[in-house]
Design a protein around this ligand. Structure first.
Ligand code: C2E
Ligand code: MG
Ligand code: MG
Ligand code: MG
Length: 277
């Protein structure tokens, strides 16, 4: 019976793999078409500075309106775009669209609002990455100070020495730099101090249980302390409840983002938010 069960488990497993492979091939085929048909769009989620209560930036998050499958979120198609190399084209489209959008948000007499753009390791570690960023900034005429790039620990650590050079190149242009999902990858702390970063974004998985789970709370406290001693700002991702917010405030977290404040918004809703403030 055990043998029988094992075989069933195996065939279940391989069916599952088959299904995933089919879905990937399906998405891969329609990804090519998606560019031509303008099927991607961006939503923007506010990032709030706790001290002032001000929205200082919006994070651009890509979505895909698939004509047959409906709305698809990035966790499903970014990996496919990475495997097929289409991520470079998609990444450039996201950057250009976000930069154009950010220019429109600036209002005379009001403090500037930045845009934060996620960068895949597959893009960041490409030789032409900096040239692409320069080209987009030039075309869109966005002040580089208004752009932040979010990188993950793994994409920086993949080639830490080269990463330092690339980060410095971006930094001298005035671009802000953040590490996304901090705490989930592995960072060599000795490298961290050599990276010219502006902020660490604490991953939602630590924030989610911060009220109940004392281990997660300890981790968040340690990240905040370490970031501050390195001169970095700390943003907590995925804040959904008031008690999480209170705890983060008490512990000296600088900035927050999450459904408690706002879900990712369409451009029209962003403009409403900017008017109110
Ligand atoms: P991320 O950069 O860590 O973005 C945060 C994700 O958490 C977003 O999911 C956002 O909608 C979600 N989120 C924000 N606040 C909350 C909250 O309070 N609760 C919960 N449960 N979730 C919250 P989304 O938009 O599905 O994006 C997932 C990931 O896909 C992103 O994680 C990022 O790694 C990647 N991604 C999104 N857009 C792009 C892009 O343009 N380029 C690249 N390379 N990756 C992207
Ligand atoms: Mg991000
Ligand atoms: Mg994140
Ligand atoms: Mg993430």
């Amino acid at each position: 019976a055990a043998k029988e069960q094992g075989r069933n488990a195996f065939s279940f497993f391989s069916e599952e793999l088959n299904r995933e492979a089919r879905e990937r091939r399906h998405l891969e085929g329609s990804l090519h078409r998606a560019f031509a048909n303008d099927e991607f769009f961006l939503e923007y989620q506010p990032q709030i500075e706790l001290r002032s209560g001000r929205i200082f930036s919006f994070e651009a998050l890509v979505r895909w309106q698939h004509p047959e499958d409906g709305l698809i979120y990035p966790n499903r198609f970014i990996p496919v775009a990475e495997e097929t190399g289409l991520i470079r084209r998609l990444g450039e489209w996201v950057l250009r669209t976000a930069c154009l959008q950010c220019r429109q948000w600036q209002q005379p007499g009001l403090p500037p609002v930045r845009v934060a753009v996620n960068v895949s390791g597959h893009q960041f570690n490409q030789p032409g990455f900096i040239d692409m960023v320069d080209r987009v900034l030039e075309e869109t005429e966005l002040d580089p100070e208004l752009l932040e790039l979010e990188l993950t620990e793994s994409s920086l650590m993949a080639g830490a020495q080269e990463s330092i050079m690339t980060l410095i190149d971006l930094k001298v242009r005035g671009i802000h730099l953040a590490i996304d999902d901090f705490g989930t990858g592995y960072s060599s702390l000795s490298y961290l101090k050599h990276f010219p970063l502006d902020r660490l974004k604490i991953d939602r998985s630590f924030v989610r249980d911060i009220v109940k789970d004392l281990d997660d709370r300890a981790i968040v406290e340690a990240i905040i302390a370490m970031a501050h001693s390195l001169g970095l700002r700390v943003l907590a991702e995925g804040v959904e409840h008031e008690d999480e917010l209170e705890l983060l405030k008490e512990r000296g977290c600088d900035e927050v983002q999450g459904f408690y404040f706002a879900h990712p918004l369409l451009p029209a809703a962003v403009e409403e938010n900017l008017k109110v403030r």
